[in-house]
Write a protein that binds this ligand. Structure first.
Ligand code: ACO
Length: 335
């Protein structure tokens, strides 16, 4: 097994205080029921950003908490890698807003766009920068204000998503005792298939179809999703991603102490666990409380799992994700 070049020094999360339950959709005139949403997705409630809360402000809260737990200051950060599909504005990146908010004066900062797989993509890029010597300390953030891009008149999508942010500080793994189980990132796997982009996308609002009266009338600046197709691909791709991460680390499912899948839908999570032959008590699930927070979902789950003692020192954790693109990704981390 390779010796890890980077380890997770600290994690944090920042989620809006406002809770929206399934029952609250009635007040918006959305024809749905708590029972339908729970049966199809497992979601009971989600957090929704209120005026004054932004993708950057949630990210800053998550980052400060991660930095504090990692025992670093903003001046220690070499690079900020910011995964988001819900940038606060289109130019410049939300990463530079976070750089400014944190006062990370030495940091390079950039956004990456890989939808729900973005946190795992970001950790892989961060690990690579540490391996190349370009950085010693990397802040990886997944932050999403999904409430700003879903169509609140489309019941087939708006009930599924929520807002929030999660962050991790990656640092060079050095001076680890020559033990057989060093902590850090053991493997990662990234894939994409852009031929399927239009199964989950925002048709308009970019440069190919700028905002216009027609776009606003069609509501085509908002997320459109072919739910059943997405479901099918998600199950298949998350299973593949889990297998490939294990191959990369030369481990088997029996070596995995905890599976943290992207929190989109409890049925996709259960199918992934079944493929891996991992019992649900070794799978971290919080989609019931947060809905799908896209690239924030995995770092929020990691941070909660550490706080609750579900992830303990020495444990081997498998992350896997799937999202718009399509993109899919996985990573094995020993904590
Ligand atoms: N409340 C009540 N009824 C609804 C709702 C709602 N909120 N939304 C849709 N329906 C109705 C539909 O109109 C349809 O009615 P009809 O049969 O009369 O036409 C019926 O429910 C069934 O609709 P389907 O879309 O076929 O339902 P399905 O069982 O596929 O569940 C769901 C829909 C939950 C979206 C499912 O397909 C799914 O989970 N897909 C994956 C979505 C996902 O996880 N996306 C994110 C992954 S990638 C990422 O995270 C970015």
């Amino acid at each position: 097994m390779k010796r890890p070049v980077a380890y997770v020094a600290g994690t944090g999360r920042g989620v809006p205080a406002h809770v929206m339950t399934n029952h609250d959709f009635a007040a918006l005139g959305i024809e749905t029921t708590h029972e339908w949403i729970v049966e199809r997705s497992g979601i009971h409630e989600r957090r929704i950003a209120q005026p004054g809360e932004s993708t950057c402000s949630m990210a800053a809260e998550a980052s400060r908490s991660a930095m504090q737990k990692a025992g670093i200051t903003a001046g220690d950060i070499d690079t900020i890698i910011f995964s988001t599909a819900t940038a606060d504005r289109l130019l410049p990146s939300t990463a530079v807003d976070l750089q400014a908010a944190l006062g990370a004066t030495r940091a390079a900062a950039f956004d990456i766009s890989a939808a729900c797989s973005g946190f795992v993509y970001g950790c892989t890029v961060g690990e690579g920068m540490i391996a190349s010597g370009a950085a010693e300390t990397v802040l990886v953030v997944g932050a999403e204000k999904m409430s700003g891009i879903v169509d609140w008149t489309d019941r087939s999508t708006c009930v599924l998503f929520g807002d929030g942010a999660g962050a991790a500080v990656l640092r060079r793994a050095r001076n680890q005792p020559a033990q057989s189980h060093p902590r850090g990132i053991l493997s990662s796997f990234l894939r994409s298939d852009g031929t399927l982009a239009e199964l989950l996308y925002r048709p308009a609002g970019g440069t190919s179809m700028p905002l216009s009266e027609q776009v606003l009338a069609d509501r085509s600046q908002f997320v459109r999703m072919a739910g059943r197709e997405v479901f099918k691909h998600a199950v298949r791709s998350m299973a593949e991603a889990c297998d490939r991460a294990l191959d990369g680390a030369r481990l088997t499912y029996a070596d995995i102490d905890l599976l943290i899948p992207h929190q989109a839908n409890v049925r996709i999570i259960e199918a992934t666990a079944k493929h891996a032959n991992i019992s649900m008590d070794k799978v971290y699930v919080n989609v019931d409380r947060f809905g799908n927070t896209s690239s924030a979902s995995i770092p929020i789950a990691i941070d909660e799992a550490i706080e609750r003692g579900v992830i303990r020192e020495g444990m081997t954790v498998l992350l896997c994700a799937f999202g718009a693109g399509f993109t899919w990704a996985s990573m094995i981390i020993r904590f």
